[in-house]
Structures are given as C-alpha cells and as structure tokens.
Write a new protein. Structure first.
Length: 255
C-alpha cells in the first residue's frame, strides 16, 4: 500500500496521451512535467502490460507508479509484480471457449508473452516495442495476467463465455478485440489497492470507466459513448487539447 499525502494524477496511455501507439507528444509530456513539479504523484494506468508501457514513456517520469494489464500488474519503484492472475481452473475454461470459437490471442505473463494471432495484426505494433521480453508458448508463462483475443468465429459469444467465468471483459468493438482480466481486476481496483483514493484521472475508453467515475476530477479524451455522463470534462483526442487540460490540473485543479 502507498501511504502519502501527495496529490495524485492518473493517466491512461493509448488514446489518452499516446495517439500513434508509440510515443507521447512533447506538449503533453511538458504538461505532465508541470504536474510533477507542482507536487502531484504520477500514475500511468494502461491496458498494456508494464513491459509495453516503458517504451511509450521513453524514460520519462521514472518515479511514477505504473499500473498495467488493466490492473493485473503494478510497478512501484521499478519493481514489477503481478497482483492478479487467472487461476488454473479459470484459464483452462477460458481456453476451452477459445478453442470452441477458433480464437487467436495474446496472453501476457508478468513479463513475457504468448501470441497465436496473425503476423500482420495491428496489435503486434504495440507488443514488446522495446525488445524487453520473450515470445514463448502459453505453457511457459508462470502466470497469465491478461488475455487478449484478437480474432474468433463469434466474438460476442466468446465475450459472454468470459463473463460467465467471472472474468472482467472489455469488448472493444472498434478494434475487434476482447480483453479478459482476472476476476474483477481493473485500473481503479488496483489504484485502490495501492491506497490511492483521492485523485484526478484522464481516460478515453470503456476500461477507464471506474477510474473516471471514482475520481475527484475526471477528463474524458475523445467521445467514447460508454463514458457519456461519467467524466466532468470532455476534450478532443488531440495533443494540444489534452496538454491544456493537464496544465489546468497542474495550476490548481488538484485531486
């Protein structure tokens, strides 16, 4: 648990700070630097595993807390730990559903990963960009902390099967992927587990819903309809607009 009186700013990455899958615009980085100088503790919370968050941050904000895998991984002080993983029983049942629907997937362990999808799938552009991990067989992962289906004969049926198994399911219709997380794991639950309950948050997608809903100050980036009425502020998914909102936070709209 984190024990500190510091104000906290929590940022999703893809679609919130990062718009090309690889980097964060310098204007946004400068605005976040202003937050840090103003005394905000920084948290980056992503669907990406920690391994794939690091190249996007590119060495910036080394003191920040990282929440990866939609809450299943946490890095504090550079030490990565799995805080949630699929049980063997749940994973076996999920794999049965995967086979039934001829699904292909990306499965993440605490660091390494397994992948069975096509070589030209867009998701591979965001996997291990820093060449920090190894692609292994699923059976070689010590734990599975995140399971992303990238193709199946019936994606809605597979999503329903995951919910029946008690997993957290984010079905991203625009990308045609399904993101499964262990149990009730999400970004907000991981943040709470760290003892952080007073914070400002920036997010853009359905997996940010609880994070934004429970924030003292919340900013939706873009217009995802699943977040209608959730965030206090909505800004365009453009670096200049996002940077301006972060600068306002740095100047006084603190959690």
């Amino acid at each position: 648990m984190i024990i500190s009186g510091a104000s906290t700013a929590v940022f999703d990455l893809d679609g919130t700070l990062c718009f090309d899958g690889r980097s964060i615009d310098r204007r946004i980085v400068s605005a976040i630097e202003s937050c840090e100088r103003g005394g905000h503790r920084l948290v980056f919370a992503s669907a990406r595993p920690v391994r794939d968050m690091l190249p996007v941050l590119d060495g910036a904000f080394p003191e920040a807390i990282l929440i990866g895998g939609n809450g299943s991984l946490v890095s504090v002080g550079g030490q990565v730990r799995a805080r949630a993983a699929f049980t063997p029983t749940t994973l076996a049942a999920l794999l049965e559903a995967v086979e039934r629907h001829a699904a292909t997937y990306l499965a993440d362990g605490p660091w390494d990963y397994a992948y069975t999808g096509p070589a030209d799938h867009p998701i591979l552009g965001r996997v291990d960009q820093g060449a920090l991990a190894s692609r292994v067989d699923l059976t070689e992962l010590p734990q599975v902390v995140k399971f992303l289906v990238v193709g199946a004969t019936d994606m809605p049926a597979l999503a329903r099967a995951g919910r029946l198994l008690g997993t957290t399911v984010n079905h991203h219709l625009d990308e045609q992927i399904i993101d499964f997380a262990p149990g009730t794991t999400n970004k907000w639950e991981a943040l709470s587990d760290l003892g952080i309950t007073d914070y400002a948050a920036f997010g853009n997608d359905i997996n940010d819903l609880d994070l934004l809903r429970n924030a003292r100050h919340s900013v939706r980036v873009g217009t995802h309809p699943g977040l209608d009425g959730i965030a206090r502020v909505t800004v365009p998914a453009e670096p200049e607009a996002v940077a301006a909102q972060i600068t306002l936070l740095a100047c006084g709209a603190r959690a």
